[in-house]
Design a protein around this ligand. Structure first.
Ligand code: NDP
Ligand code: GDR
Length: 372
């Protein structure tokens, strides 16, 4: 039987890496679009790398960018994919306020470029496409929990761009009979989550604080509530969505929501530290109340969490909680990870990572600066 061919944009990102591994295990030939950068940017997929000189490769990378339509057309023409997973995006909500035009171009028009490439090449009946839509579309709370029919109210340039991508995907499905779907995925995290998203920022900093490598963390809105799942569970659903009989849009979420503050407490608990919070808004602080691990030499009463308004967003999404009943009933969506299991996975990975740093520091090892 001929192997299926998948094309993943955003292959170097969190989801792209997990999805590549997943599809390779399923026997797919996987093509990925990566951006040119001045330093290597393939850390997350290096374990999948295959020497291009070897025959019968099943993991192939192409340089490309969602802002470059001729490049996308050429890649699609060469690859002739059965499935496209459009995961590429400027995915940081706060950064999108700094780069609204680029975000619209990559995240909004980028999706149009891919859909048009499929049409220009006459691949409408062959190629199925998954669009990485997001719970950020719901923005300002209209309904709780949020389902496939909840009205959208985007609250950032990122969400507005993704709203265009959502509707253009629906439109191409209806206008040209393409198999094009939106996965409206709620936040999903993992040990390879980008370091500036709040969960990973917290797991990294907590590990460093416990090991004496950092004093405190500065964060923004601790009251925000998110429906956090594990990326491994979510990428499986991206694939399931493209295997369904009909092209539809799907909410994927855990159905539980947690504040940023409670997420912090869970991470510190993982290393045996209890926190107590005092104050409100930008004056809120988190202090060490107790520590059950004497080897950490933690100072009781020390301030380890400070709020810095710099991390507040001009317009915030306060509460996200998804209802994935449709995916549960029609696609058999059962996540393997709950929030405690996610925290456990992220914290144990970051503690290990920071222990390496501590080991090097204790050994007096210091990487020489190029310019010294
Ligand atoms: P990441 O930020 O980890 O990865 C984004 C990927 O897109 C990276 O490979 C990045 O390349 C690439 N990229 C960025 N801009 C461009 C561009 N102009 N052209 C080509 N590639 C580009 O995101 P995630 O893996 O977390 O998310 C995957 C997708 O799912 C994104 O579209 C995101 O918006 C969406 N999403 C994510 C959710 C989550 O909770 N993780 C929830 C809902 C939706 P590089 O490595 O070079 O920066
Ligand atoms: P989000 O994720 O905006 O939901 O988008 P992020 O982790 O950035 O923020 C979650 C919540 O935490 C609050 N917060 C902070 N956020 C960051 N990044 N840094 C901080 O210091 C901080 N302090 C508090 C935020 O205000 C927010 O309320 C993610 C991305 O992956 C999107 O691409 C995706 O579409 C959505 O999830 C679903």
């Amino acid at each position: 039987m001929q192997k299926k061919i998948a094309l993943i944009t955003g292959v170097t990102g969190q989801d792209g890496a997990y999805l590549s591994e997943f599809l390779l295990k399923k026997g797919y030939i996987v093509h990925g679009v990566k951006r040119r950068s001045s330093l290597f940017n393939t850390d997350r997929i290096d374990h999948l790398y295959q020497d291009p000189h070897v025959e019968n490769q099943n993991f192939i990378l192409h340089y490309g960018d969602l802002t470059d339509s001729t490049n996308l057309i050429r890649i699609l023409k060469e690859v002739q994919p059965d499935e496209i997973y459009n995961l590429a995006a400027m995915s940081h909500v706060h950064v999108s306020f700094e780069m609204p035009e680029y975000t619209a171009n990559a995240d909004g028009i980028g999706t149009l470029r891919l859909l048009e490439a499929i049409r220009i090449l006459g691949l409408e009946k062959k190629t199925r496409i998954y669009q990485a839509s997001t719970s950020e579309l719901y923005g300002k709370v209209q309904e709780v929990p949020q389902t496939e029919t909840t009205p959208f109210y985007p609250r950032s340039p990122y969400a507005v761009a993704k709203m265009y991508a959502y509707w253009i995907t629906v439109n191409y499905r209806e206008a040209y009979g393409m198999y094009a779907c939106n996965g409206i995925l709620f936040n999903h995290e993992s040990p390879i989550r980008g370091e500036t998203f709040v969960t990973r920022k917290i797991t990294r900093a907590t590990s460093k604080i416990a090991l004496g490598l950092q004093d405190k963390i500065y964060l923004g809105n601790l009251d925000a509530q998110r429906d956090w799942g594990h990326a491994k569970d979510y990428i499986r659903m991206m694939w399931m969505i493209l295997q369904a009989d009909e092209a539809e849009d799907w909410v994927i979420a855990t159905g539980k929501t947690t504040t940023v503050r409670d997420f912090i407490k869970m991470c510190f608990n993982h290393v045996g530290i209890e926190l107590e919070f005092k104050g409100e808004g930008s004056n809120e602080r988190g202090y060490i109340k107790s520590c059950s691990q004497p080897e950490y030499q933690i100072e009781i009463g020390k301030e380890v969490i400070s709020v810095d308004e710099k991390y507040f967003r001009p317009t915030e999404v306060e509460l996200l909680i998804g209802d994935a009943t449709k995916a549960r009933e029609k696609l058999g969506w059962i996540p393997k990870y709950d929030l405690p299991a996610l925290v456990e996975d992220m914290m144990s990975s970051d503690v290990r990572l920071m222990q390496k740093q501590q080991y090097l520091k204790d050994g007096g090892y210091r990487i020489k600066n190029y310019f010294e």
